[in-house]
Design a protein around this ligand. Structure first.
Ligand code: TYD
Ligand code: MG
Length: 457
């Protein structure tokens, strides 16, 4: 029999190397290489000429364009949206997040709501009574009792249960606690995690069962160990949030069956996670009038527009090097916007400390936030508040031009719906737009200076 091959794999980024190295050449992490035994791959037998199950050559026109994947409604609109419209039958989904963020709660409350769908919940972390306690918190008594649970950490045993129960959905909580008897190392090691995930994938595809795997993320925000899993699974969704806030954001990182720009927002309550269908109302606290350093922007994440507050604090730099700090916003982008402010309106960059915060603890990547950031910084710097009822959206370029943004109509409708009276938008976006149908006054601008003149006179 051929001998096992040994390779070394970086726990952080999944880089492989034939020999052990102290520092990963790919991600730069020290001491992250772990030994991994790989069974020799048996050569794929080539199908005999004319054999029926040989892979067929096809033309694109032979394939029907109708999406034929069957999806299971997870009875949770946020989760469904992030998955691209429900759980695809026969797919493997990785749910990542820091310990304590609510991964178990999210999947437990979702599967408890299902009816007519067989579910097996495999818990390697909690005992039966702990599971029951959590189920009671999320209101199990009003929900179905169709879910089967098993507290098991051995993968082979898990497959035995699956063979007996024939579930439609399997939840593995968590992949780091599961081990396979075929691999020698301990549970949670790279080789175990990889082997177990690969077995689960084979199972998913052959049995047509949807599998959710929960994976813990370490403090640096990388899926500990499971980084190597991202290539294997069909979808990676990540649960993010700040312990200080009640809001949790479910973000899609990879999805073979849908878009990755979708975002789900939840609120952690006494009785489980509640989907926030109307994020704007939650993110705006209505105190912006009269305070300087606050601007309201209309951002779009995925296809959903929402309004949120950008808060800035500008103060005289106390030390030689001015401080820059941004929460929820890219700090390099902030530096660029400050440079634009310096060039365009004479903001004295080197004498000022700037702190920026996106309210609610969200992390926003939409470029249409630029204008709001500039307005908030300028407002704090000059101590002039922005009047109530104003909001804005616009990307800012290096020469201070306000560039057009996507989905302008949705942004405007959302702002109008929430009762805003004035909105600053890129002039280019107004071309061909029927402005009369919105109950909001639109101010088109080409340059940052124009926007600031409108806001601050
Ligand atoms: P949990 O789902 O166990 O997190 P994870 O599986 O990601 O480690 O949930 C963790 C936290 O959520 C825990 O600190 C308690 C809190 N929680 C609530 O506030 N309300 C609830 O209804 C539940 C079930 C949990
Ligand atoms: Mg858990």
């Amino acid at each position: 029999m051929a001998k096992d091959r040994v390779v070394y794999v970086c726990e952080q980024c999944g880089q492989e190397s034939p020999k052990w190295v102290g520092k990963c050449p790919s991600c730069g992490e020290w001491n992250s290489f772990k030994e991994l035994r790989v069974a020799p791959s048996s050569p794929t037998p080539r199908p005999a000429h004319g054999e029926a199950d040989a892979a067929k050559v096809f033309k694109l026109s032979d394939v029907s364009s109708v999406q034929d994947e069957v999806r299971i409604d997870m009875k949770d609109s946020e989760l469904n949206r992030v998955l691209g419209g429900g759980m695809v039958v026969g797919s493997l989904v990785l749910l990542g997040g820091e310990p304590g963020i609510g991964k178990s709660t999210l999947l437990l409350q979702s599967v408890l709501r299902l009816s007519g769908v067989g579910v097996l919940y495999v818990s390697g972390e909690e005992s039966a009574s702990q599971l029951r306690m959590r189920a009671e918190r999320v209101g199990w008594h009003q929900l179905s009792d169709e879910v089967s649970f098993v507290c098991e950490t051995c993968l082979e045993r898990v497959f035995e249960h699956i063979d007996r129960l024939h579930p439609d959905i399997v939840v593995i909580d968590s992949i780091q606690t599961i081990y396979s008897e075929r691999v020698e190392s301990s549970a949670g090691s790279v080789s175990q995690v990889r082997e177990c995930a690969a077995s689960l994938l084979r199972f998913c595809k052959s049995a047509g069962v949807g599998v959710f795997m929960i994976g813990h993320i370490n403090k640096d925000g990388v899926l500990a160990g499971p980084k190597v899993l991202e290539h294997i699974v069909d979808a990676v969704i990540q649960f993010e949030g700040d312990g200080r806030y009640l809001y949790r954001v479910l973000r899609c990182i990879k999805n073979r069956f849908g878009s990755t720009s979708e975002l789900g927002i939840y609120e952690m309550a006494q009785d489980g996670l509640r989907g926030v269908s109307n994020p704007s109302e939650l993110l705006l606290n209505g105190v912006q009038g009269g305070l300087s350093g606050i601007a309201i922007s209309c951002a779009v994440e995925g296809i959903r527009p929402f309004l949120l507050e950008t808060q800035a604090l500008v103060s005289s730099a106390a030390y030689g090097t001015p401080q820059r700090s941004a929460t929820g916003f890219d700090s390099r982008r902030l530096n660029m916007l400050l440079a634009v402010l310096e060039k365009r309106v004479g903001f004295r960059l080197i004498q000022r400390d700037v702190f920026l915060n996106i309210a609610g603890g969200l992390r926003i990547t939409d470029l249409a936030m630029d204008l709001g950031v500039i307005a908030a910084v300028h407002s704090s710097n000059t101590d002039l508040p922005i009047e109530e009822g104003w909001c804005m959206a616009g990307e800012v370029g290096l020469s201070g031009e306000v560039r057009s943004v996507s989905r302008i109509e949705q942004r405007i409708s959302e702002a109008a719906r929430l009762g805003f009276k004035h909105m600053i938008v890129p002039r280019y976006n107004l071309k061909g737009l029927k402005t009369a149908k919105y109950d909001i006054e639109l101010h088109g601008v080409d340059k940052v200076e124009e926007a600031l003149r409108i806001l601050f006179g």
